[in-house]
Design a protein around this ligand. Structure first.
Ligand SMILES: Cc1cc2nc3c(=O)[nH]c(=O)nc-3n(C[C@H](O)[C@H](O)[C@H](O)COP(=O)(O)O)c2cc1C
Length: 423
């Protein structure tokens, strides 16, 4: 029987993704001068040959003063249509799309999660956020010390700053459209600025950008509507969003915000979860569930349940059957991916870490001559470095995963063989 993973998916803007396997966004840590460079294109050249239905780039920051890592590509100034800038990004877009796979640029502002050392604003300057809520890694002395070392205190954004950041998102999207990318994905997950606005924990504002779930969604809705006005109608605009536990107080609030995004005409929604304070996106659900540092990630689960955020995706699907849903986190096998599609949990399957080890993973999953048992790539957890074992486990575990896999992406870029984490 042909795999449902091989079916094309058409987005509302008209963009057709040739199959359901999406390379998920992964920060590459390659852009040394915060501009796309040849090494970055070389990494994407590998994925462009991999048979993906879509390629999501690692996060591109909308303001070089506020980066997620010191090596993120970013917009350095207001975009005024400069040809040399378009040419620089076009080189990158062409590398991604050389073999016909649509590439979608993830655009982002880290807000309060911008590390001291990340961004051109200087190591003492405050981060910006909807409200001045500092990062909380825990109440212990060590956790507070690490947080103070890693991040400066956030400062509440003025109304003018909110408008400026909205226009930085719009400018970045317009540049990506001019460069020839197929779309953008707004990074509204993982505790970054859009997520900070959406969440009642980090948005305590009492103006028109805070106070109710609807008002907290205004920031992202303005980005979406203003972007639509400046990009071609065929340019896709999606969003990556955090899930919420069904039993949590925030569940219905999140559903209210999703409804607003659907009504505003989002092209697709990627479901993930977690923040720096609670890195669920890497399969580190809580501090207590991370006791084992070497067990294969989720290998004990059935294939049908390998996805981290499956139940939430199903709930969104129930309420919005027409919304194109991508689910990311934990997929390691054809069986797991097919089962999520057949269950109706999602239309697209986002794949992160396996894509950093095998850039041509879809060719394996879509090859009908390969048996189900072999159409998989199980990965061990990355052991934290010995000197970090006394630090908060979930945080260090997620950091070790990111560092390890961005290292593998850098190997890909150099044409070197990648190495899966050893037991
Ligand atoms: C090295 C690395 C970098 C990542 N960078 C990003 C990023 O820039 N944007 C994002 O939304 N998620 C990022 N993620 C999270 C992935 O997109 C994905 O949600 C997560 O890895 C779970 O999927 P997986 O289990 O298939 O790896 C990153 C993950 C890794 C391993």
């Amino acid at each position: 029987m042909p795999s449902p993973l091989a079916d094309p998916v058409k987005l509302p803007c008209g963009l057709v993704l040739p199959n359901r396997l999406s390379k998920a966004a992964m920060a590459e840590m390659i852009a040394k001068t915060n501009k796309p460079n040849q090494t970055l294109s070389d990494a994407y050249d590998q994925w462009s040959q991999g048979g993906w239905g879509s390629i999501l780039t690692g996060n591109v920051q909308v303001d070089v003063n506020h980066l997620g890592s010191p090596f993120d590509p970013a917009l350095h100034a207001e975009y005024k249509g400069e040809e040399n800038l378009v040419a620089q990004w076009k080189h990158y877009a062409d590398a991604c799309q050389k073999h016909g796979t649509p590439a979608i640029v993830q655009i982002c502002h880290p807000g309060r999660q911008s590390f001291r050392v990340a961004g051109h604003r200087g190591i003492w300057a405050n981060t910006i956020a909807p409200s001045a809520v500092p990062i909380n890694l825990g109440s212990g002395l060590l956790e507070r010390f690490i947080a103070a070392l890693a991040w400066t205190a956030p400062r509440e954004m003025t109304r003018a700053e909110v408008e400026r950041v909205i226009s930085q998102f719009v400018d970045t999207a317009r540049l990506m459209a001019d460069a020839g990318f197929s779309g953008v994905e707004l990074h509204g997950a993982h505790g970054y600025l859009i997520d900070q606005f959406l969440s009642g924990k980090t948005n305590l504002r009492t103006d028109e950008y805070g106070g109710t779930p609807e008002k907290r969604a205004r920031f992202v809705l303005e980005i979406l509507s203003q972007t639509r006005k400046v990009v071609p109608t065929t340019f896709c605009i999606g969003i990556k969003l955090n899930s919420a536990d069904h039993s949590s107080d925030t569940f219905e609030e999140t559903m209210t915000q999703i409804k607003l995004l659907v009504e505003a005409g989002i092209d697709f929604m990627e479901i993930s979860g977690g923040t720096y304070e609670d890195p669920k996106m890497m399969g580190y659900p809580t501090k207590t569930e991370t006791e084992s540092t070497t067990a294969p990630v989720k290998s004990e689960r059935t294939a049908a349940r390998e996805a981290f955020f499956l139940e939430f995706a199903k709930e969104v699907r129930k309420r919005h059957p027409g919304l194109v849903l991508m689910l990311t986190g934990g997929f390691r096998s054809r069986a797991g991916a097919e089962s999520a599609i057949r269950d109706g949990a999602c239309d697209l399957v986002g794949i992160g870490r396996p894509a950093a080890i095998d850039p041509k993973f879809p060719l394996l999953l879509l090859d009908e001559s390969v048996e189900d048992e072999k159409a998989a790539l199980q990965l061990n957890k990355v052991p934290p470095p010995f000197y970090a074992r006394w630090l908060p486990r979930n945080l260090i575990g997620a950091g070790a995963e990111s560092t390890y896999y961005s290292g593998q992406i850098q190997r890909l870029a150099k044409g070197l063989a990648t190495v899966a984490p050893a037991l």
